[in-house]
Each structure stands twice: as structure tokens, then as C-alpha cells.
Design a protein around this ligand. Structure first.
Ligand code: GUN
Length: 174
């Protein structure tokens, strides 16, 4: 495992080092780290996380949609062909999405497809927080009933939770 950054080390990173370290805390969207690096130095890890959360919240709906569309399907094709980002692979394996029975995989794929059909973006949930396959399945089944505007907000809030856990993975927050 990589060494985790102390707050002092974090605040001493050059902008380029900061971008590289945090480039994927929002999946495949390095602009988040580029924008947030300009807010350094940070008083605490929490205040840095808040900067990322506020950044996500203030994006246009168009960019929120773009970010959601950069997320891979849970237990989807990219997992099958081992093309997930390191972070996503880790998260999906935490909940055993890489070891589903064929029946469970089929069930989740069907729900993912229905969800995508309705909203135009993949189902995103903070899987490490959901922690169980059934929670994920219930999540898609429940959220598919939301109206598109509410669902966009809910999905971006999940991106914030994923971002928080990815940041905490990189820093020494003990
Ligand atoms: N939740 C945590 N990681 C991911 C991911 O990679 N894709 C989706 N869809 N949701 C996630």
C-alpha cells in the first residue's frame, strides 16, 4: 500500500503532484483535482473534502451528467475485461461484485440497463458504504422510480461520498 499523506505533506505538494495524487478521486475527471488544488493550503482533511464536495455541487447539470457518464457499470463489461480504474476495481471487489453468481450478475445487469434507459447515465452508488449486494440491488430498484432531476442530485451525492472515501484512502486521517 502507498504511504498515506499527512496534512503537512499534502499542503507541501506542488500543484502537479496534487493533480497526480488526486486525479481520480472523481472517477476519470481530473479537472476536480486541478480546480481544488488552487484552494490549498487546507486547514484539515475535512476542509479539503468539503472543497471537492462544493466543487461537485456547483457544477452545471451538463457537467454533472458528464461525470456520471464516466462511471463504469457495477459488475459490468469493464470489470469483465479488467479495464476498470484501480479505485473502481477496489470498490467493486469490496462488495464482491467481481465474484457474483451468474444469476446475480444477470439481475444487476438488467436493473443497470433499465436505470440507464430511464436516466441516460449509469447507476452510481457509494458501493463501499452500501457494502452488500442486496443494498445495491434495492438501491437501483428504488431509485429508478425517482424523477430525473431528483435522481441527478442523488447520484451526484453518491459521487461526493465516493470522492470522500477515495481521499481518505490517500491521506493519513488517524
Ligand atoms: N460506486 C463506487 N464506485 C463505483 C463505480 O466505479 N461505478 C459505479 N457505477 N458506482 C460506483
Amino acid at each position: 500500500m502507498k504511504t498515506k499523506l499527512s496534512l503537512e505533506q499534502l499542503n507541501a505538494l506542488s500543484p502537479v503532484e496534487f493533480h497526480k495524487t488526486f486525479e481520480n478521486v472523481v472517477e476519470c475527471w481530473p479537472e476536480a483535482a486541478i480546480f481544488c488544488s488552487a484552494m490549498a493550503p487546507f486547514r484539515s482533511f475535512e476542509s479539503m473534502i468539503t472543497v471537492f464536495e462544493n466543487y461537485l455541487q456547483r457544477l452545471s447539470n451538463e457537467n454533472k451528467l458528464r461525470i456520471l457518464r464516466l462511471h463504469p457499470d457495477l459488475a459490468g463489461k469493464l470489470l469483465d475485461i479488467q479495464q476498470l480504474t484501480e479505485e473502481s476495481r477496489y470498490e467493486q471487489s469490496c462488495v464482491g461484485l467481481d465474484k457474483l453468481t451468474p444469476a446475480d450478475k444477470k439481475r444487476l445487469t438488467k436493473l443497470n440497463d433499465e436505470y440507464k434507459q430511464r436516466f441516460g447515465f449509469p447507476f452510481v452508488i457509494c458501493v463501499r458504504e452500501a457494502s452488500k449486494f442486496e443494498t445495491i440491488v434495492n438501491g437501483v430498484s428504488g431509485r429508478i422510480k425517482n424523477n430525473p432531476e431528483a435522481e441527478l442530485n442523488i447520484a451526484i451525492n453518491e459521487v461526493k461520498k465516493i470522492c470522500r472515501l477515495r481521499i481518505l484512502q490517500l491521506v493519513n486521517n488517524l
